[in-house]
Design a protein around this ligand. Structure first.
Ligand SMILES: CCCCCCCCCCCCCCCC(=O)SCCNC(=O)CCNC(=O)[C@H](O)C(C)(C)COP(=O)(O)OP(=O)(O)OC[C@H]1O[C@@H](n2cnc3c(N)ncnc32)[C@H](O)[C@@H]1OP(=O)(O)O
Length: 164
């Protein structure tokens, strides 16, 4: 699949191509292969995820919510959306150069997310004060916002985590 061409439509097929000027970001090469819960099964029926950096170096993701993310009939479980926000916003801090774990995560669910939908996740590191890195982001497709997240990340010593 060519991930370099624009795709701004809300297809029901898991087309995870990025938008114009997004550059593929290899999360496993960057932080190791431990991120299996959300992005570790690219052929599975839970999530399928592709990561990118946009032209301003902010981390973006295209995420397909498969049938195994179901909560309300036909729609994604809130925990599934929260898991995506947790991973993508945490990874955004890593991509910005901070070795972190997530200390506190706030997720506001704004619209029900239909299963089989490809959505985008945008992120922004909004502050860095001492060990506290604040990352904001949201899950959206075109004009619809499904969830908004605020993620307080705490820096750790890299030796406290083993990369696999
Ligand atoms: C070499 C590379 C390895 C690579 C490796 C790959 C990793 C690849 C990652 C990919 C991207 C991640 C994607 C998934 C992200 C997760 O899901 S991470 C998993 C979920 N999170 C956790 O399990 C974290 C569990 N919590 C902890 O381990 C510890 O509480 C923490 C967060 C490390 C903090 O503990 P601590 O180091 O003892 O620090 P502590 O002195 O308590 O707090 C430091 C400061 O932070 C504040 N703080 C701490 N926790 C909180 C909180 N929950 N709320 C508010 N403030 C807090 C404190 O108030 C304190 O503030 P100040 O007093 O300095 O003003």
């Amino acid at each position: 699949m060519d991930k370099t061409h624009a795709n701004s439509t809300c297809s029901n097929r898991p087309d995870l191509r990025g938008e114009i000027n997004w550059i593929p970001f290899d999360a496993a090469a960057f932080v190791g292969s431990s991120l299996r819960f959300v992005s570790g099964d690219p052929e599975g029926n839970r999530f399928r995820v592709s990561y990118y950096l946009d032209s301003t170096q902010h981390l973006k993701a295209k995420v397909w919510f498969g049938p195994e993310t179901e909560g309300p009939p036909g729609h994604a479980h809130g925990g599934a959306m929260a898991a995506v926000v947790d991973e993508v916003l945490g990874l955004a801090a890593w991509a910005a150069g901070y070795s972190i774990v997530v200390g506190n995560l706030s997720v506001s669910f704004r619209n029900m997310l239909p299963l089989h939908k490809v959505v985008s996740v945008e992120t922004k590191v909004v502050s860095a004060e001492g060990r506290k890195i604040m990352v904001h982001g949201r899950i959206y497709c075109e004009k619809t916002t499904y969830a908004v997240g605020e993620c307080l990340c705490i820096t750790i010593q890299p030796k406290n985590i083993n990369i696999r």
